[in-house]
Each structure stands twice: as C-alpha cells, then as structure tokens.
Design a protein around this ligand. Structure first.
Ligand code: URA
Length: 438
C-alpha cells in the first residue's frame, strides 16, 4: 500500500478500508509514514470526516499500536472503571471522583493529560503537590491501583504511541477539532488501559473545545458509540462549561479546592453535582449498584464519611507525596507571592462569562503552556471566581489573582475583567446537560 494513495482517497471524500487505516497507523508508529503524510491525512479527515466504522477501525489500530494493560493479572476484587473529560476551566473533578469511586469498591487507573490550550490538566494539578510521582513505572502504578483503589498518573509512552505521534502533529497543524480524530485519540488510550467501563464528561459552552451544544452532542455520541462497539461500555454526560466549574482555576489552587471538597470544608454545589453524577455512572457501569439513585447515594456517602478523602491521602503518599497533605495542605502546595482582587467598577450580576478567556488568563500568569515543552508555575491562578448570576461590584470582587509579580497580576486582572459581562442575572441551566449511551 502507498500512503499518498490513502490520503488521496480521503481527500476526495472516499471511505477508507480497515486494512488501509491499519497500514497507515502501523506506518505512523514505525516511522514509514512521514509527519507530512500524517498531517495531510489528518487534514483530509478534518474536512471529509469519517464514518463510524472508519472511526472504530482508526481507534482499534491506534489502540494496538503499543502495549495494553491487563488488569486480570492483578486479580482485583472489583471492576476497573474510569472517567475522562474533554477539558475545561476549573475542572478538578478527577481529584475528587477517583478516590470517591475507589471508596465505593471500584478500581480507577486514571491516565490523565497535561493542560492543553486554555484548559487545565489533572496531571499539572497533582504535580503541584511536592513529591508527587506522576510517571511511576507500571509495577508501582498497578500496585497503587490494587492497594488504594485509584492512581492518577501521566500518559506512558507504551500505551497508544500512534496517538502520541499523531496528537503532536495535530496540535501544530490545526487538526485537533475533528470529532473522529478526537474520538480515536481519547478512546485508543482508554481501550489500551484495559477498562471495563468508561464515563465521558463532554464539556459544552464558552470554556469547552466544542462550544456549541450540537457539536458537543455529536462528540459525546461518537465517543459512546465507538467505545461500546469496541467492547468498552461507555456513557457520555454533557456538562456545562459556560462558567468555570470550580471557583478556582490554576494548579495548586485547584488542588487545594479539591482537598477542601474532599474534607467537606467547602463543597460547591456544581462541583458536587458533577462528581456525584459521574460517580454514579461509574458505579453502575461497574455493576456495583442497581441504579443511578443508589450510585448517587453511595458517592455522597463516600464523601460525607471521609472515606474518599482517606483514599486520596493514601494515593498521594503511595505515589511519593507527603503523608500529611490533608492535615497541612498549604505546607505542601506552592503559594504565589502576589494577590490582587479583580473589582468591577459597576455593580450588578454576572450575566455572562467567556470561560475560555478566564482559562487563558491562567495561561498568561504562567499556569498553563503555550508550547508542550514549556515549564509551568504551579502556584499561580485564580480563586474566588464569581459564577453566573453572582452579585459583583466595587465592594464585591469577581476573582482573586495569584501571581508571581504585580505586573503579571495586573495583566491577568484585566483579562478576567474583560471576560466577565455584568448586568442582569441570567437564567442558569443545570450543570449536567444531557446523558448519552452508546
Ligand atoms: N484529548 C485527547 O486525548 N485527544 C484529543 O484529540 C483531544 C483531547
């Protein structure tokens, strides 16, 4: 087979055969297919799309491009389930959800990513904890999942290497926002992780990669259908990203926010609802509960009893972090030297938020990356972010900026101010917008 003939077929709107997709992905992994050819095929897919069958074939080929985890060997006394989010702002759900599900008898080997564009990454948040080992070897990863019930780590080079190569090419060729390519990219890693059930948290709204509900719905359905066809039962929840999910955005500040939630020191209703809704789905997929109502009650109980907090603490210390993180979180998380309140001139209610711009304010503070290899500043970020409908004004700030310098704080404050529309309070919809099953 000839790579350029495969590209030509897709370029002209044709449907690729399974063997052609497998050949191209094998070539991408071995180096026979060049970066230019992979970029050209990605662009052809971006414009021409793929049928569900082609997308499933692409997902399968990328899954097989590396090694696959087999949890049967670990002899776990419960189901292996996971959650994946398409990325948002103030989305620290994984830090609360994984230990909550573990406390209910599930096993969660969560392989997470770093921040991308305006969105934060779970891995960056955890790496704000001094000593946390985000890239343990497979033996330690397996041992922590087995003994604690959850481990949140970074992508290993061994799982779905074809995706790693293709993603890096897509990132620099404006071919990320394609439903079949996103579907195959996410699911190849999840299938290689040997899961029994997956819940997808597909974001919609001003802080999501797919801002329009129609697009989010199409992605949610594609993920649920392709995964379920490939033998991984999957449910997608579409959740709202028209405002930051938590009132904190940044790395250490979101970790601290998650710890407060786990300990019950402060529980924001929107964060609680997403954790409970996703957790109930994971327990149902894992056969640990009879229905979603029972699942919700179990997750709530795991949070209220402190069992979820205890699992989180054990996971952190098993992966090299401090044993007393929950007792002294501020001691183990970096703090920015400068804080600045963002105060609007006129009083009113928060009418609208450009959530993407809020995420970019964190990036400009140094809390995110503009290039994959960039280092980040874990201490900076935003807290006390006002949500939609909140009263704000000269005496009621929109947010608190945590910055490395006064100049950086001023710049971020101006960005946050520009991201907020003040006026009449809007109608605010539910945080869980829709549920789609494959
Ligand atoms: N996350 C991924 O892992 N892949 C994509 O293509 C987009 C988001």
């Amino acid at each position: 087979m000839i790579p350029q003939e495969i590209i030509r077929r897709k370029r002209d709107g044709g449907v690729l055969e399974e063997a052609q997709i497998a050949f191209f992905i094998e070539g991408l992994t071995s180096g026979v297919v060049t970066e230019g050819q992979a970029a050209a095929l990605a662009m052809a897919i971006f414009f021409r799309g793929m049928t569900r069958r082609e997308c499933a074939d692409l997902t399968r080929a990328m899954t097989r491009s590396g090694s696959m985890l087999d949890w049967r060997r670990a002899d776990l006394p419960g189901p292996v389930v996971d959650k994946h989010s398409t990325g948002g702002v103030g989305d620290n759900i994984s830090l609360i959800l994984a230990p909550a599900v573990a406390a209910c008898g599930g096993f969660v080997p969560m392989i997470s990513g770093r921040g991308l564009g305006h969105t934060g990454g779970t891995l960056d948040k955890l790496e704000s904890i001094r000593g946390y080992q985000a890239t343990p070897d497979e033996a330690l990863f397996t041992a922590v999942v087995k003994s604690v019930g959850c481990a949140i780590i970074g992508q290993t080079g061994a799982l779905a290497p074809a995706d790693k190569r293709l993603y890096a090419i897509r990132d620099v060729t404006a071919t990320v926002e394609s439903i079949p390519l996103i579907t195959a990219s996410i699911l190849s890693k999840k299938l290689a992780a040997g899961l029994q059930g997956l819940v997808m948290d597909v974001k919609t709204g001003s802080g999501a990669f797919m801002a329009a509900l129609e697009e989010s719905r199409a992605l949610a359905l594609s993920l649920a259908e392709v995964a379920t066809t490939a033998g991984l039962p999957t449910v997608s929840l579409i959740t709202d990203m028209n405002e930051p999910l938590a009132s904190a955005a940044g790395n250490a500040v979101e970790t601290l926010h998650a710890i407060d939630h786990l300990l019950g020191a402060a529980r924001e209703p929107r964060v609680q609802e997403v954790v409970v809704a996703l957790g109930a789905e994971m327990l149902l997929l894992g056969g640990l509960v009879r229905d979603l109502d029972e699942g919700r009650r179990r997750i709530e109980a795991a949070l209220d009893s402190g069992a979820a907090a205890e699992r989180f603490a054990r996971m952190v210390s098993a992966l090299g972090g401090p044993a007393d993180l929950l007792e002294r979180p501020r001691h183990h998380l970096p703090e920015a030297p400068v804080t600045l309140a963002v105060t609007p001139q006129q009083a009113g209610h928060v009418r609208g938020i450009d959530t993407r711009a809020v995420g970019l304010a964190v990036v400009t503070l140094g809390g995110g990356r503009t290039r994959p290899q960039d280092p980040i500043d874990h201490a900076v970020g935003l807290t006390h972010l006002a949500g939609l409908g909140a009263p704000v004004g000269p005496g009621q700030p929109l947010a608190l900026v945590h910055a490395r310098s006064p100049e950086a704080a001023q710049e971020a404050a101006a960005r946050v101010l520009g991201a907020y529309e003040i006026g009449e309070a809007p109608q605010v919809g539910p945080v869980v917008v829709e549920r789609l099953v494959g």
